[in-house]
Structures are given as C-alpha cells and as structure tokens.
Design a protein around this ligand. Structure first.
Ligand code: UDP
Ligand code: MG
Length: 344
C-alpha cells in the first residue's frame, strides 16, 4: 500500500478518522479536531475522514467539509469494511510525519493531541491513549472488554497494552511499517505493539458518545476479539496438545483400572479390551491433531508475511564500520560488491 504521491510534500500531522454513520456529530468533531491540530501543526496538517459505508448522510457531510476546508481529505469506501480496515485505508493515504488515529464520536478527546505530541517529542514512536475511566458505556461492554484484554495479554506472545483502543499518535516510520504488513485480519493495536520501539501511554477519561449510536455491534466486537486472539496467538491450536497430554494421564489410570479388573475378573468380559481400544485411539487422534496444529500454526504465521525483525537504529563509527557496511568514501566498485545486509 504505497502512500499517495504528494504535491505538497510531507505534512507535520495527519489525523485519520474512521466514520460509520457519523453524519450528526461530524461537524462538531471536525471543529474541535481542527482547533487541536491547528494548535500543534499550524497549517501543516490534514484530516483524513474515511467513510466506511455509512447508511446515513456521512459522505455528503464529508464532501461538504472538503469543499470548505482544504485540510480535509475525504475517502469513501465502497461498502462497510469495518473499523480496522477503515483506519487502515486512512493510514495508507496519510502523508503526515506523525499520524493520529481517533474516533469520530468525540469519545477520545481531540484536546489530548498537544500532550501526545509533547510525549512524542521526548523520543517515542507511539503514544497511545489508555482509558482510565469509560463514561456512559454499558457495564457489559466495560466488563467484557476488561476480561478480553487480560485474556489476550496471557495468550499473546507480544505485550499488547490493556484498556487501549486505537486512539494513538504514531511516527511516520511506524505507519510505514504498518502499511507494509499485508495481513488481512488486522488487529491494529496488536500490530503496533508487535512493531515494538519506544511506546508511551497517556491516561485519559473516555467521554460519552457525542451523537449517533455505536457502530460496534456485538457481532463486530466478537469478530475483533477473535481477530485479536488468532492474529497474535496460536495458543488455541495448541489446545490439542494440552488435551493429549492430560489424556495420557487419564489413560494410564484407566489402563491400570482395566487391567486390575481383568485379572480379578470383576468386570464384564469385553469391557477391558473396549476401554483399551477407546483410550488408544482417543490419544492417538488428539496427538495427531496436536502435530497438525503445530504445522498449521507455523504455516499461518508464515502466511502473515510479517518481517522477521525490525531494527530500531544502527550505531556505527562511519570510518571503521563493520563488515558489510560500505562507507560512502569507498570506491564505487567496492561498494557495489559489498552486500547491504542491514537494509530492509
Ligand atoms: N466505525 C467504522 N466502521 C464500523 C464501525 C465503527 O468506521 O463498522 C467507526 C465509528 O464511526 C467510530 C469508530 O469507528 O469513529 C468507533 O466506533 P464506535 O464509536 O461505534 O465504537 P465504540 O466506541 O462504541 O466501541
Ligand atoms: Mg465510540
């Protein structure tokens, strides 16, 4: 997903906003967001509003806003692709040196932007908002979300911060790396955590939705949760291995019981052999599933096509550089022969 070629060059800031049925609240959001962006980026910013197949007048509102404000860029997706893909579309078209992802419903306060920028100035690649409180959200949602984030934390191999959504400020290099990750089922907050680097949190209070109603139905929430777990963990696939291991111990018990029964003659004839056959095939099937699971898991992770590692920085003294690094003063022939191993 290449960035759009720009006429204006790099902007200081892009704000990416997924919008699904937000016609009512969008004008106020844009007003508050522009004031915040103006304060930190003085004219060098853009607001990328992504209409994710809304069924109300969101796109017309966005078109109106683009006509009025040169900083507003509208993107209309062909249908509802879901929040994560709407954000992905916005990120791929963003041009800013820093990119803010924020919801359109004013639950994430735009006024936090200056604090986020200040944190990033301290040298962070990512500053994510972490919810201290969530006002006006159903108990069910808050409780299930809290449980889910903790479960995912246990299953996932990377540390995905708990109680954070996608409200975050990211540096250009993080955005470029995200854009280069081709995986289909995107759980962005996990992918950003996976990228690593210096990441800081900023505590904030989540406001109630300003207008309209939530576009995250239970179904969409479940899909996001399943994406989160399956994108960052093959633990469910390993369940067969755990079951097979437990099964072996149970089988050993049954085996002893069956043999005692057989020799003391206290069981029906035929029961011992039946029990043994069932135990044997049960364990072998679970064992085979565990083996297949191990391969499927590896195939799946390989298929994601993520880079193997990401380099934060290379430190070197230019003249006495390590083998493989060709300082600029080498003759061109020597430079051409030297493999650029660190690139990529
Ligand atoms: N959203 C989207 N596509 C969807 C659902 C939601 O682009 O299919 C947007 C929505 O307009 C909002 C953000 O994603 O800007 C968060 O959604 P919402 O506020 O409905 O979720 P909640 O805050 O209730 O979890
Ligand atoms: Mg919301």
């Amino acid at each position: 997903m290449p960035s759009r070629p720009t006429k204006t060059g790099r902007l200081a800031l892009s704000v990416v906003v997924p919008c699904f049925n937000e016609a009512q609240g969008l004008p106020l959001f844009v007003e508050r967001m522009m004031a915040a962006a103006q304060a930190v980026a003085r004219g060098s910013y853009e607001l990328v509003l992504v209409n994710d197949g809304s069924r109300d007048a969101t796109w017309e509102v966005i078109r109106g806003l683009t006509a009025r404000h040169p900083a507003v860029v509208g993107i209309n997706l062909t249908r509802n692709h879901g929040h994560q893909l709407a954000v992905t579309a916005g990120l791929s078209l963003s041009r800013g040196a820093r990119v803010l992802i924020i919801d359109a419903d004013l639950q994430d306060p735009p006024e936090l932007l200056p604090d986020m920028m200040a944190r990033m100035d301290e040298g962070y690649d990512v500053v994510y908002g972490r919810r201290r409180t969530r006002t006006d959200e159903s108990r069910f949602k808050v409780a299930t979300a809290a449980m889910f984030y903790r479960l995912l934390g246990r299953l996932s191999e990377v540390d995905i911060p708990v109680d954070t959504g996608d409200f975050r400020l990211m540096s250009r290099r993080i955005v470029d790396r995200l854009n280069a990750m081709p995986e289909h089922d995107r759980y962005l907050r996990g992918m950003v955590a996976w990228l690593g680097g210096a990441q800081a949190e900023l505590l904030y209070d989540r406001d109630p939705r300003h207008a309209g109603e939530t576009g995250y139905t239970l179904r969409k929430m479940l899909r996001l949760a399943v994406n989160g777990v399956t994108s960052f963990s093959t633990a469910p696939l390993k369940a067969a291995l755990v079951l097979a291991t437990v099964g072996i111990f149970i089988a050993a018990g049954i085996l002893i019981y069956a043999l005692i029964g057989f020799f003391t003659g206290s069981v029906q004839p035929g029961w011992t052999s039946l029990a043994l056959i069932m135990v044997f095939f049960g364990i072998s099937q679970l064992g085979c599933l565990a083996i297949i699971g191990a391969y499927v898991g590896r195939t799946y992770m390989q298929l994601k096509g993520r880079p193997l590692f990401l380099i934060d920085e290379i430190a070197t003294q230019a003249p006495a550089s390590p083998a493989g690094r060709a300082p600029a003063k080498h003759p061109p022939a020597a430079r051409a022969k030297t493999p650029r191993r660190w690139a990529g």
